[in-house]
Design a protein around this ligand. Structure first.
Ligand SMILES: CC(C)(COP(=O)(O)OP(=O)(O)OC[C@H]1O[C@@H](n2cnc3c(N)ncnc32)[C@H](O)[C@@H]1OP(=O)(O)O)[C@@H](O)C(=O)NCCC(=O)NCCS
Length: 184
């Protein structure tokens, strides 16, 4: 059974196993940057503190307050999901409210679909937004399917600065939350 938890240092070893699986690829929804030292206990603790602080950090340099949750199963780190509390013009165009990534060895098990529904439920409970924007590359079939399984309605398909197509979907968070309740 999957669980959503706030980032915590107790997941360090499991996170590192996942980190190795990603093999340097961008970890969507995890906010791991090149400069982050996630390998040492001290660096990991600092990074985790930063993820937790992001929830209450005022908007600065295009960054908005963000809630990070880790998707776990039996104390094992499976992936991450991030909810940006409001949209800047850039997020409205291409970033969206929510991003997520699942470690390669756990893909195709329903983790992303489950986590996106749970996050929609959390957003609905906050009571500030009726709907959230999700975006994905046009060729990212797994992500598009995840969004559609959570009730995502395609608004349009746009072109990024490299000429690649990406899709923009809106999800009604209350409807998605009801899907969660029914699935339970
Ligand atoms: C996209 C991603 C998060 C999906 O996670 P996941 O846990 O494997 O997704 P799920 O198991 O919940 O599957 C969701 C749907 O996608 C389908 N799917 C999964 N992998 C697929 C693939 N490679 N091609 C096509 N469809 C796929 C599943 O069958 C499922 O649809 P269904 O419920 O109709 O059967 C994961 O592949 C990932 O982390 N990719 C790299 C990061 C990324 O792309 N993040 C999203 C950025 S927008």
């Amino acid at each position: 059974m999957f669980t959503l938890v706030a980032p915590h240092t107790s997941y360090h070893q499991s996170f590192l196993e996942s980190h190795r699986e990603w093999a340097g690829a961008h970890q969507d929804g995890a906010a791991v940057f090149m400069a982050d030292d996630v390998t040492t206990p001290e660096g990991f603790e600092e990074w985790v503190a930063r993820l937790l602080d992001a929830e209450n950090t005022p908007e600065k340099d295009g960054m908005v307050p963000c809630t990070f949750r880790w998707i776990t199963e039996d104390s094992r780190y499976v992936g991450s999901i991030a909810f940006r509390h409001h949209l800047t013009p850039a997020l409205l165009n291409s970033g969206g409210h929510i991003g997520y990534g699942i470690r390669p060895s756990d893909r195709g098990r329903g983790a992303a679909t489950w986590a996106l529904r749970e996050m929609c439920s959390l957003v609905a409970a906050r009571g500030e937004l009726d709907r959230v924007l999700l975006t994905c590359d046009d060729h990212n079939a797994a992500s598009a399917k995840t969004i559609e399984r959570c009730g995502g309605l395609l608004e349009d398909v746009r072109t990024d600065e490299d000429g690649d197509l990406f899709r923009r979907y809106w999800i009604d968070v209350r409807a998605a939350a009801l899907r969660t309740a029914r699935a339970d």
